[in-house]
Design a protein around this ligand. Structure first.
Ligand code: SF4
Ligand code: SF4
Length: 493
């Protein structure tokens, strides 16, 4: 079948002879199924070790507790987020932004320095696919040559049986992955109880588990590299983060070219080290020929490097014809990983860390807001004017919080029925406050503040303004013309 010739992404990093990109697409736009060949090598061994650690971590984390709280759980239902032992409520969403941007920034720096090392070594998509789904496929359906032959051949009983077995295991695995994933949103103990209570008792959770199982099964069973090629935005972003001084998996063209069979090389020393065996191509999970230069689809997994090292070992030539290195060094230039761009990213990160430190340090265990009560901005009572407010206090943590309220305002008398209270974990309370001033003082809005002080000394101050008709506004007799007071919780900060 004819391969598609795709335009090469322009730029220095992709410089080289006009490449023909191996890809996962056929000429008619349909997908070419990729069956990576088996490979062995130092990078694969190291990656498998990393996969094992990450999978163990991923499976254990939902059970980890810090001071009785989940180590990591996104309790969307109750709008509580437990992150590395800290507790964040809906009011802390802006603080979560710092954590998310921190992760994004770490990814930017890592990509700038080491290319798509995240994709090839730690992305959950790669980890699950390479650690579970591909090995099972290899076990049930055999090595690459057999899989390619069977997949392009007629349906037989053996082929049908193998497909049924493989996909049955895939569905079970996908369900397992989906349930552990749900464990990051619901306590695993609660999830366990839900599973045993049956779908009828918790239809929503059941629907989530089924939906996620379907997504994971579809992704790992069929979609595979298409997720990296067509869905993941990070893969597309790498073109602007990577330059000639980024460490990527690449082919040392000056050493490898002109490529020729090993027997020809024995006769002509001027030929390159690449013997055009295409081992680097058939082991690639993305269907790439790395000899065509770095390509946007490359996930930096180094399977091609392991494969080429194997060949070089057999030929008694030095390893590293395909290796981790900068494009500049692969082309014969000087390696310079630390460069102005990298320093700039580090500087931005330092500023970010300092800002995040001070902002997260200023976090108090509770949140307070003040709201005007009802639709009436004020009530006239003889020579006095009353304004009513609710101070809403929320405990954002998983420990009880004691707080005290103190209202202040010049010439204002307050009625605060609850001056001291204890809030349970994640609890909230509305404390009514009545503020009264002489009518003669309401010629202009009067500012008031309410200090909400936690037992640990933390302080939140909320403010509002008192409204009134003014000395000559409508009174109980209604003799003066009525002036509308501004609606809503004016002045609340
Ligand atoms: S594995 Fe090495 S020698 Fe074989 S084709 Fe690839 S680069 Fe050339
Ligand atoms: S070209 Fe090499 S590093 Fe890139 S995806 Fe293929 S095997 Fe992995």
């Amino acid at each position: 079948m004819e391969k598609v010739r795709l335009p090469v992404v322009q730029g220095e990093m992709f410089a080289g002879p006009a490449p023909e990109l191996e890809s996962s697409l056929l000429a008619d736009g349909s997908r070419k199924l990729i069956h990576p060949a088996d490979v062995r090598g130092r990078f694969l061994t190291a990656r498998r070790l990393v996969f094992a650690v990450l999978i163990a971590f991923w499976a254990i984390v939902p059970f980890l507790r810090v001071d009785g709280r989940p180590f990591l759980m996104l309790d969307v239902e109750h709008r509580r987020f437990f992150i590395f032992g800290g507790v964040f409520g809906a009011q802390d969403a802006w603080r979560l932004w710092f954590i998310l941007t921190g992760v994004g920034l770490a990814l930017v720096i890592t990509t700038s320095l080491f290319g798509r090392v995240w994709c090839g070594w730690t992305c959950p998509h790669t980890v699950f696919l390479e650690a579970f789904f591909r090995p099972i496929e290899r076990l049930v359906e055999g090595p690459r040559e057999v899989r390619v032959r069977v997949d392009t051949g007629e349906w037989t009983t053996s082929k049908t049986m193998r497909k049924v077995v493989k996909h049955t295991i895939f569905v079970v695995l996908a369900a397992l992955v989906a349930h552990v994933f749900v464990g990051y949103f619901v306590s695993p103990y609660r999830l366990w109880a839900m599973i045993f209570a049956g779908p009828g008792k918790h239809p929503e959770a059941f629907a989530w588990a089924i939906g996620l199982t379907g997504i994971f099964y579809g992704n790992f069973g069929f979609f595979r590299e298409q997720t990296c090629v067509g869905v993941c935005p990070y893969g597309r972003l790498q073109s602007v983060l990577v330059d000639q001084d980024t460490v990527v998996v690449g082919y040392e063209r000056p050493r490898g070219e002109p490529r020729a069979k090993a027997s020809e090389k024995a006769k002509n020393e001027d030929l390159g080290d690449c013997v055009d065996c295409k081992r680097c191509v058939v082991v690639c999970p993305m269907g790439i020929d790395i000899r065509n230069g770095l390509q946007p689809d490359c996930i930096g997994c180094a399977q091609c490097s392991d494969a080429c090292d194997e060949i070089m070992d057999k030929l008694h030539r030095p390893r590293g014809l395909v290796r981790y290195d900068t494009t500049r060094a692969l082309d014969g230039g000087k390696r310079q990983i630390w460069r102005p761009r990298a320093y700039l990213y580090v500087a931005v990160t330092v500023v970010w860390v300092v800002a995040a430190f001070f902002l997260l340090r200023g976090r108090v265990a509770f949140e307070a807001n003040i709201l005007r009560v009802g639709a009436t901005p004020f009530v006239i009572d003889g020579d006095s004017v009353r304004n009513a407010f609710n101070v809403h206090v929320v405990n954002k943590g998983s420990d009880p919080v004691t707080f005290e309220l103190e209202a202040k305002g010049e010439g204002v008398s307050f009625v605060v029925p609850i001056k001291r209270s204890e809030l349970p974990a994640f609890g909230g309370v509305d404390v009514p406050i009545i503020a009264t001033v002489p009518r003669s003082a309401t010629a202009r809005p009067i500012p008031i503040t309410v200090d909400v002080r936690g037992g640990d000394g933390s302080l939140r101050t909320v403010s509002a303004v008192l409204l009134g008709p003014g000395p000559f506004g409508p009174g109980p007799s209604g003799s003066a013309p009525f002036r509308s007071a501004p609606p809503g919780p004016g002045g609340v900060k």
